[in-house]
Every structure is written in C-alpha cells, then in structure tokens.
Design a protein around this ligand. Structure first.
Ligand code: GLC
Length: 421
C-alpha cells in the first residue's frame, strides 16, 4: 500500500449505482489491518445513503502522510473529502478543515473531553475523534514463564530479562531471537518512542506546556543513553530503520521477546494462523528506574473534512457515522482500535476481544501528549529535529549530552526563544 509522496492512488471504488450518487474520496489507511476495517464501515455508509466512495491510499509513516496532505490541501485540491488526521495535527491543518460543529448534533459529548479539546482549534471543531493510541509493551508470556522471569517493572529489568532469554534461546539454537523490538527509524514514530523514554525518566516532554524548551536535561541524557545501549545488543541494528510494521513483523514471526507498539498489533497477532497467538502478554511500558514512572505516548487518529470538499454535508455525515459508537465498537473488536468514548470501555464484547483495554485503562487516561498544542503549526519541525537528534544518538553518531545541547539551540531558534508564534 506504500505509494510515493505526491501521488494519490485510488485503491478501490464502491459504486452505488444511483444516477444522483455523489462520489466521496476517503483516506483512512493505518498500519496492519486498518484499511480493511475502515473500508467495511465506509461501505455500509455508502449502501445506506446511496453514495459512492473512493478509497485513496497514502504512505504509512504519519509524517509522510502529513507532507502529502499539506501539499494537496495547500493547493486547494478537492481530491480528498474525508481524511484521517493524527492527534498532533489539528493545529497544523486547522485552516484547511471544515468546522464540524454544525454537523455533530452534540455527539462530542460521548467522547473523552480531552480529545475533543485537542480537536478544537480557535473555537472550531476541526475533526472528530476516531481512535486512541497509547504505547504498550507486548511480551512473550511463554518465554518469560520458561525462564522463570516476572514481567519487568523498570527498563533495566527489561534489558536484563531480554538479554537472559535471548542468550539462552540462541545457545539452544534459536539464533534469530532478539530481546526487544521497537520503532527506531528517523520519523514521527521515533518521537513517540523516545518521548516515552524521556517521560519514564521524569525528563519532561521536549517543550513544556508553557512553551519552554525543556529537553536539555540530565534525565533525558540518561534515557537516551539507556536506549542507545539496546541497539546491537538486545535490539537488532536494523531497528534503526523499523517503523510499527517492521517491529510487528519480527515479533509476530516469533523472533522477539518484547515489543513496543500500539494497540492495533494485538488483533493482528491474535488471529488464527499467527505464530504467537495465545502467547502474548501486554503490560505498561517500564519505568526509568525506581524513581521513574510508567509512561505511554498519546497517539491516535481523528476524521476531518477538507474545506475544499464539494460535498461538505455528505462528507461530514460520513465522518459522524465512522466515529459513532456503533462503528467504534466494531473497530475495537475487529482491529483492536481503542475507542474514544469512555462508555465503550465498559462494553463486555470489546473487553472480551481485547482484555488489555480494560487492564490498561489507567494508562490511556494518563497518556503523555506530544507538545503539539503549544508548538501549534511548528510541531512537525520540532518533532523532526527531536527524532533526528535521537536517531543520531541511537546510531552512535552523537553523545546524548551533545545531541541534546544542540537540539536545545536549534529549538530555541525555531521558536524565537520559546514564544512559538
Ligand atoms: C500511530 C499514532 C500516531 C503517531 C504514529 C507514529 O499511528 O496513532 O499518533 O503519530 O503512530 O508512527
């Protein structure tokens, strides 16, 4: 499904066969099974309303998607009506998106208030919440049991457990096994992983909510140092080019003890035929030492309508349908996409399909947001500088203290000394 930036490929068309049917173009891809799950619900809407939907594909990496959408919306193109937007984009794209307030009929009240606040920019409801992501740790229950290991609480414990099992299994001939896989490519996903490391060591969130650049501190250096030591030891060097799906590929083939990923991975890995089905445990990401805390980055996606859509009312209707409780329930069961409605976390069918949604509920409520609200239109540049600095450290090209000092300087220049205007 990967396509070059700048080209929008129509991947499927659903014709309603009505002479008066409108054609709506919908972009709703996600790693793993996300596209199919979205298509199923969109097709229901098309059938119900007698309209036509064209599904458009975009690149997998969220920052590449952003570049493509900015290019498209920036030219006022009507090639897309409904788009999925990352939780960190409302400030960046607000001007190109329709205010959904006139169409929502109060549906906002069913969603977590914090996400509605995130999706409201300058009083405009620029998107409706669709699903929440938070970073989680997947592990091989069977391997931890085999070696009599408890699920680790701190990163140091995780490192020791991973190393122990990796060494023992390799000595026994399982030479493809790695201790820990995660997202180390220089892209938005690395910002998410590294924010978790920082936050777990009480090192702040790069830029604090008042706009102050806080990334250059000793705990952050410690966090990056911890992660850099994994590369080539418990994590393959190739992790430096892993996004979500590459990490899942290794874990799902049975070749990793631990994996950091988002909730979607649960449903794909638990399907019939999956080598690791029934062997997967899920827990909070480890703490940065005894004084640290469990931290999970807040991710997730929203649905929005382009300002340039020729069918704004119909497009908004599609958004309201796809973000409704009924569709969110279907998505939670089928694709383990975390609902954005508190009530659905009490739903028995959802909890049966994805027990972690109940078990890790406190993590979802306290997930760490990236500094996108305060840095607004500059968020993507902030993130880009951060992930490059982190990638340099992980690749062994820079010492944590040097990389952080340099990042501090370049973020200060970008922000005009912390004003972000
Ligand atoms: C997931 C998250 C999104 C994040 C992305 C990074 O899709 O939902 O918020 O930006 O991963 O790869």
């Amino acid at each position: 499904m990967k396509i070059k930036t700048g080209i929008l490929a129509v991947i499927a068309t659903l014709a309603a066969g009505h002479a008066s049917a409108a054609v709506l173009r919908l972009e709703c891809g996600a790693p793993g099974p996300g596209q199919d799950v979205c298509m199923t619900s969109a097709k229901e809407w098309a059938k119900k309303t007698g309209n036509e939907i064209q599904f458009v594909a975009t690149p997998n990496d969220s920052n590449e998607q952003l570049a493509l959408l900015q290019q498209l919306l920036g030219s006022g193109s009507d090639k897309i009506d409904v788009l999925q937007i990352d939780v960190v984009w409302p400030g960046i794209l607000a001007n190109q998106l329709l205010d959904l307030k006139g169409y929502s009929k109060g549906a906002e009240k069913q969603h977590f208030a914090s996400i509605i606040a995130n999706d409201t920019v300058g009083g405009k409801l620029v998107a409706m919440p669709w699903y929440i992501d938070t970073g989680m740790m997947y592990y091989r229950k069977d391997l931890l049991e085999k070696y009599n290991q408890k699920p680790p609480v701190t990163w140091d414990e995780m490192t020791a457990t991973a190393k122990k099992i990796q060494d023992a299994e390799r000595a026994a001939g399982n030479d493809k096994l790695w201790g820990f896989v995660w997202q180390g490519r220089a892209y938005e996903g690395l910002t998410c992983d590294a924010l978790e490391w920082l936050s777990s060591f009480n090192a702040g969130t790069i830029v604090d909510p008042s706009g102050k650049i806080s990334v250059n501190n000793a705990n952050a250096a410690k966090a990056l140092d911890t992660a850099a030591k994994w590369v080539g030891s418990i994590s393959p060097k190739a992790v430096l080019n892993f996004a979500e799906e590459e990490a899942r590929g290794v874990f799902q083939s049975g070749n990793a003890v631990f994996m950091r990923n988002w909730p979607y991975a649960w449903s794909v890995m638990s399907q019939d035929g999956s080598v690791v089905k029934g062997k997967i445990g899920v827990m909070m990401l480890p703490k940065g030492g005894a004084a640290g805390r469990h931290a999970a980055t807040l991710g997730g996606w929203q649905l929005a309508v382009s300002r340039y859509s020729k069918n704004p009312a119909l497009a908004a209707d599609l958004v309201m349908y796809l973000t409704s409780a009924q569709v969110q329930k279907f998505r939670a069961i089928k694709g383990s996409f975390n609902p954005t409605m508190p009530a659905l976390y009490q739903d028995k069918d959802i909890i049966k399909a994805s027990p972690f949604m109940a078990e890790l509920y406190p993590t979802f409520a306290s997930a760490v947001p990236r500094p996108s609200t305060v840095t607004a239109t500059k968020y993507n540049q902030v993130s880009n500088q951060f992930w490059n600095a982190v990638h340099d450290v992980l690749s062994g090209n820079a010492k944590p203290t040097d990389a952080l000092a340099q990042l501090d300087g370049s973020l200060k220049r970008l922000s005009a000394n912390g004003t972000w205007k």
